[in-house]
Design a binder for this molecule. Structure first.
Ligand code: DX5
Ligand code: ZN
Length: 218
């Protein structure tokens, strides 16, 4: 699956920018929405009121990636609003098990994200409560950064745990995915690829989505 990140889109034209990458079956599978609070990460983007508007203007499932402090308090609101996935950071969540349950009760899938330098092993048991594992392949905060190849070890180990039946979740990768890096991520076992600058920096964003998809399955 391909999830274009609207972080690299024109924020004054978000409706058109979302439409420009198509929807399930003929383009983007999900739209990735980066929520940043200038505390958990050194950047500020958008919050719940904007996500509510985005939900009204697209039928494509929204994959909300919350790079915020205190997700235990704020994340369920995104689920109640109608987001398809709500992903929180393991480094920020106070009680990730209760949080996943609250997200499910509020109607969304639950995602857990880990930063590049955060090890996966201590959190494996938590992942039983989650639907998606979002492995960051850049330091969260900004688009257009260089892919950190070392995180592929975490992708491989998550893939093994899914394939052997120890876990049941989608493995998602976020950061530095482009035509040069997507193949190695696909080989390591990624199910869902987030791409911001590689899609919205291209002349033809819809074409960029299809090119990424074809390279992921090559
Ligand atoms: C970064 C965000 C990413 C970002 C990726 O903190 O979580 O979703 O949009 O951008 P690219 O694909 O340009 O690395
Ligand atoms: Zn993201």
């Amino acid at each position: 699956m391909i999830a274009p990140s609207i972080l690299s889109a024109d924020f004054a034209r978000l409706s058109e920018e979302m439409a420009a990458v198509g929807g399930p079956g003929q383009g983007a599978d999900w739209l990735h929405v980066d929520v940043m609070d200038a505390h958990f990460v050194p950047n500020l983007t958008l919050g719940l009121p904007v996500v509510e508007s985005l939900l009204r203007s697209t039928g494509t499932p929204l994959d909300c990636h919350l790079m915020i402090d205190d997700p235990d308090r704020w994340a369920p609101g995104y689920a109640e609003a109608g987001a398809h996935n709500v992903t929180v950071h393991v480094e920020a969540a106070e009680d990730p098990v209760s949080l996943a349950k609250n997200l499910h009760a509020a109607g969304s899938n639950a995602g857990l994200s880990i930063k590049p330098n955060t090890p996966l092993d201590p959190y494996v048991e938590l992942l039983r409560h989650y639907d998606t594992l979002l492995i960051m392949s850049v330091e969260p905060g900004f688009g257009g950064q260089k892919f950190i190849t070392d995180v592929l070890d975490k992708v491989r180990s998550a893939r093994r745990m899914v394939d052997t039946g120890h876990l049941n979740l989608l493995v998602e990768i976020d950061g530095g995915i482009n035509n040069d890096t997507i193949e190695q991520a696909a080989e390591a076992g990624v199910d869902c690829f987030v791409a911001g600058s590689a899609v919205y920096g291209a002349e033809d964003p819809a074409g960029a989505v299809e090119r990424l998809r074809s390279q992921a399955v090559a």
